[in-house]
Design a protein around this ligand. Structure first.
Ligand code: NAP
Length: 473
């Protein structure tokens, strides 16, 4: 987020609407960008700097003074200075007391210090009203016109009035303020810009682990086995055939893993007979990253579709198909049309296409712009009901693909290992069977009651309505 903007000289056109004077400490990248934006929006800006005379890069229309003189000119002081230099503020306590101090600082690492920078500042100048804001907006975004993702400004502070003053400035700059509460939230706000795809970590680990495992499995059963047993070199399968086995298998397992934590949560609630008991952390984490798991599953399904579409132009497939026809002609054999095979092949393709269609629908509805446009029930309908339908369709697609491969052991079970697609069916089948049990009226009724607050063994007996003095309903 730190950007060197030293060679950018901003041109700031003043807005017709005039606001108060705001003081900015620090004439670095962020201070200059914010100052320029404030001037454009009609604020008078006075910079507080160690070298007020050497500030040729500052926006036109801004004044530059020493820290003390600058702070005296405004009731709000924005501190565009790194935390390491905060100690010099103690020399300015007399002038900073009672002022609104806006801390914009970020750290290099998550939880780098025991307390947040804003709390540290509040300790240094106890009589100032510290507000945390602007740390998630970059100097570059302020200069180049903010996009949606960098428009949000998290604001927190203990003094309500000061926080409101900062929120007004944020709005006046065309940004979106998000009130995060008191200064206790400052640490979290400071950690936001340092997080690297926090919700994607677990899905990526699971996906990478599964991909490697299934890839190695296919390599053993399809390449190494052929080489060891028949001395045939099938290493070219590495490029398309094996990936095209890995993608659908991992995709189906990941899709099932989206629905498995919900099932485990139901089992726990049934076993404990209450919903007022915390799930284990791993389950909480798993539940939180279901959307990301689903999106990775969709990406793999998409790759499977792409890889399947290129099959007819592969040399190996063309060679195999022409050889098959030639051997039929040579041996004067024609195989009669088998309606059952026709059914199998068509339903296999149809289930695959329908599954992929609903997969796409699930992916589209998880986009914020779409999910914001539907209500909770509609979202649940798509993500839960259509999600399970997708799982059923894709499992059906794999089961039909399996067909006779389940039975012809000699050819398909190499070194007594089942074909790779069998592995992809384990988790989805478990999820679907458990879901089937959970929608049985007797189980469903109990789980619904638990989710509405009923407890099998209430820890502290609640007062009945009569004891409460209320009529029973
Ligand atoms: P910078 O370019 O290094 O500027 C920091 C400024 O602090 C300097 O220009 C200097 O101003 C002042 N300073 C330096 N040493 C000092 C000292 N010993 N005592 C007093 N003042 C000193 O840094 P920046 O990128 O503008 O970042 C400033 C703050 O904004 C940081 O806390 C950063 O985390 C935060 N922030 C930056 C961005 C970004 O995109 N850059 C985004 C969000 C938040 P004078 O020479 O005028 O005194």
């Amino acid at each position: 987020m730190e950007i060197n903007m030293s060679n950018m000289i901003p041109l700031c056109a003043g807005s017709s609407e005039k606001h108060d004077t705001v003081c900015i400490f620090g004439t670095g990248d962020f201070g200059r960008s914010l100052g320029c934006k404030m001037l454009q929006c009609g604020y008078s800006v006075v910079f507080g700097s160690r070298n007020p005379w050497a500030s040729s890069l500052l926006p036109k229309g801004a004044e530059v003074l020493g820290h003390k003189e600058a702070a005296q000119r405004a009731s709000i002081v924005i501190l565009a200075i790194h935390r390491d230099h905060y100690e010099f503020f103690t020399e300015l306590t007399d002038v900073l007391d009672g002022k609104v101090l806006v801390d914009v600082s970020n750290n290099l690492k998550i939880n780098q210090y025991p307390e947040s920078n804003a709390e540290y500042l509040a300790q240094l100048i106890p009589k100032a009203k510290v507000v945390k804001a602007f740390n998630t907006v970059s100097a570059w975004a302020l200069q180049s016109g903010t996009l949606d993702a960098s428009r949000q400004v998290f604001v927190c502070g203990d003094d309500h009035k000061s926080k409101q003053m900062v929120i007004d400035i944020v709005r006046a700059l065309g940004l979106t303020p998000l009130d995060q509460g008191t200064l206790l939230a400052a640490k979290e706000v400071e950690n936001y810009p340092l997080q690297l795809f926090p919700m994607w970590k677990l899905p990526m680990y699971i996906c990478t682990g599964l991909t490697i495992l299934i890839f190695l499995y296919c390599l053993i059963t399809e390449v190494i086995h052929s080489y060891v047993t028949y001395k045939t070199d099938y290493s070219f399968l590495f490029a398309i055939s094996i990936p095209n086995r890995v993608f659908p298998i991992v995709s189906l397992i990941l899709l099932a893993l989206v629905y498995l934590p919900g099932i485990i949560a139901s089992i726990l609630q049934l076993y404990r007979g209450t919903k007022y008991s915390r799930f284990p952390d791993w389950l909480d984490q798993w539940m939180l990253c279901r959307k990301q798991l689903g999106l990775v599953a969709l990406a793999y399904a998409f790759l499977h579709v792409l890889y399947t579409l290129v099959m007819p132009i592969r040399y190996y497939i063309k060679w195999w198909a022409s050889n098959y026809v030639i051997s039929q002609i040579k041996n004067n054999i024609t195989y009669p049309f088998e309606t059952s095979y026709g059914w199998r092949s068509d339903s296999y393709v149809a289930l695959g296409m329908l599954g992929f269609f609903f997969y796409m629908l699930l992916g589209i509805t998880s986009l914020p712009s779409v999910s914001n446009a539907v209500n909770w029930r509609e979202f649940r309908f798509v993500q839960s009901k259509l999600g399970y339908l997708t799982l059923i369709l894709c499992t059906g697609h794999t089961l039909i693909y399996g067909g006779e491969r389940f039975i012809y052991n000699d050819y398909f079970y190499k070194w007594y290992l089942p074909p790779a697609f069998v592995l992809s069916l384990i988790v989805p089948c478990i999820v679907l069977v458990l879901k089937f049990i959970f929608i049985m009226p007797c189980v469903d009724r109990t789980i619904t009651r638990i989710r509405q607050g009923w407890e099998r063994n209430p820890q502290c007996p609640k007062l009945s309505n009569k004891e409460n003095g209320k009529p029973d309903v």
